[in-house]
Design a protein. Structure first.
Length: 491
């Protein structure tokens, strides 16, 4: 299983190779062929792709990568599928957006091994280590030697001197941030390219870090990372995190304490995070720097320790760290194991203002911002798959009944009052009240004429049962939980 998160949406890759998506859908990130938002996780439908004999629903996927408002997936044949916003050409296909999954061509005919999606650009590496990029290139984040956007995937420039850039085959070897990119090459060294924030460069080599924009991959010396081989790298909007066997390094813009050094100071070059420094003489399995995975959000981070526990640090304004509060952490803080029922974690993701995690037992947990304000006061889902009346889920919350899409699947129920309730999954409601439209019997004389009163009375002798859209059901739930008894009469 795998998970990816972007701006108010989440994508889950199930163990059988099927895909599910939830959240904000203005650019079609849910791959349903529409722009309808959805709180629940929906199966990515095969009906969307009309140009092929078989759709993505009949294809098994093995990797996903999520950006701000677009995402990519790799199938078992090594092909790439894309969905979401394509305003800058970040999908590598024609059109301004893709409301459904569409195949992406190119890559020299090689099988794709890794993918990464950033703010408005995408990176793809093949099984042979070749690197391709598409999308926004205003700050040189594509690494093609100039600053022009690309609507199709093109090969990243090779260095003028030194060994060629060949991306390592291991997971986590490719990272796309806001206006910068990075990768781990076959020799275990980091290559980075992109732009700066303010006066602090986000990326650069030892000799070139002072340059404002680096449109071609620049290689870090191994001594920058303590002489150790880099295992994985991840990028946020304005910072990056790299993991070696015994240490964790970060550099870039330090806003919200996202570098994990105890302050907000920006760093032009990688610096080891002291909280993950290996203690002298510590056994191999007890080294705190031994991380299995790391994911960077815009200004927050989450990492999985070798023991299966999670560490978080950075921005926590919407509870995205999962620590039960909204206090920003400038140092890595361990998430209580009880929050995920004591199970070790297998994979994590970091979205704009939420996070997700999958345990080794295949359970899915999400937390952070679960509801965003919309037009006319509507509350839009943010990809957590769960709802909360406060709009925030500050602790990891298990998402249940995600992958059972059979017609007979049972949903949970939510009590609205003393004697009535709603089944949220099937959106079936029994509306009760004094108004005749809610099955309350005859209307008062002043409400309508005698003829209409007789007609309403004939139709309203029993309670009215109605199938409602789920967004309406959620609105009813939120209002009733808040104690607004008048709301039932205003439907």
């Amino acid at each position: 299983m795998s998970i990816g998160a972007g701006c108010f949406y989440t994508v889950v890759l199930n163990h059988d190779g099927t895909l599910f998506a939830s959240g904000f859908n203005i650019n079609g990130c849910l791959a349903q062929g529409t722009r309808a938002h959805e709180r629940r996780f929906l199966s990515v439908s095969a009906k969307c792709d009309k140009s092929r004999k078989r759709g993505p629903g009949s294809i098994s996927f093995r990797k996903i990568g999520a950006g701000m408002q677009h995402w990519l997936a790799v199938d078992d044949d090594g092909g790439v599928w894309a969905c979401g916003s394509n305003y800058y050409g970040q999908l590598g296909i024609a059109g301004s957006e893709a409301l459904c999954m569409r195949p992406v061509k190119g890559f020299g005919g090689e099988r794709v091994a890794s993918i990464a999606c950033g703010l408005a650009h995408s990176l793809v590496s093949t099984a042979g280590g070749l690197l391709f990029a598409a999308g926004c290139n205003s700050h040189g984040q594509l690494g093609v030697g100039d600053f022009a956007n690309r609507a199709e995937f093109v090969a990243v420039c090779e260095p003028a001197s030194g060994p060629p850039c060949r991306v390592a085959a291991a997971a986590g070897s490719l990272a796309a941030g806001g206006w910068h990119s990075a990768c781990v090459d076959a020799e275990g060294c980091v290559r980075a390219w992109g732009s700066v924030i303010g006066t602090q460069p986000v990326f650069g080599s030892d000799a070139q870090w002072c340059r404002a924009q680096i449109p071609v991959p620049s290689r870090f010396h191994r001594e920058t990372f303590g002489g150790e081989r880099v295992l994985m790298v991840s990028a946020g909007h304005c910072h990056a995190v790299a993991v070696t066997l015994g240490s964790v390094f970060s550099w870039g813009d330090g806003i919200k304490g996202c570098l994990g050094h105890g302050d907000w100071q920006s760093l032009p070059l990688p610096k080891a995070i002291a909280a993950f420094a290996a203690e002298p003489g510590a056994p191999e399995g007890a080294r705190p720097g031994l991380l299995k995975s790391v994911a960077c959000g815009p200004y927050h981070n989450i990492a999985i320790h070798a023991s299966g526990g999670a560490y978080v640090w950075g921005d926590n304004g919407k509870g995205q760290l999962g620590l039960g509060d909204r206090v920003t952490r400038c140092l890595p803080t361990r998430v209580a194991a009880s929050c995920v029922d004591g199970q070790p974690l297998m994979e994590v993701c970091a979205g704009t203002q939420h996070c997700g995690a999958i345990t080794e037992g295949g359970l899915l947990y999400t937390w952070g911002r679960c509801r965003a304000g919309g037009l006319r006061g509507l509350k839009l889902p943010c990809g957590l798959g769960v709802a909360h009346k406060q709009g925030l889920v500050p602790f990891p919350c298990r998402v249940t009944a995600l992958f059972d899409t059979s017609p007979g699947a049972r949903g949970g129920s939510a009590c609205l009052g003393r004697w009535h309730g709603i089944c949220t999954q099937h959106a079936l409601a029994w509306l009760m009240g004094r108004h005749p439209r809610l099955g309350g019997g005859l209307a008062p004389p002043r409400a309508c004429g005698a003829r209409r009163s007789r007609r309403i009375a004939a139709q309203s002798r029993v309670c009215w049962v109605a199938a409602l859209p789920e967004d309406i059901v959620e609105l009813v739930l939120d209002q009733c939980r808040g104690g607004h008894g008048w709301f039932s009469h205003a439907i």
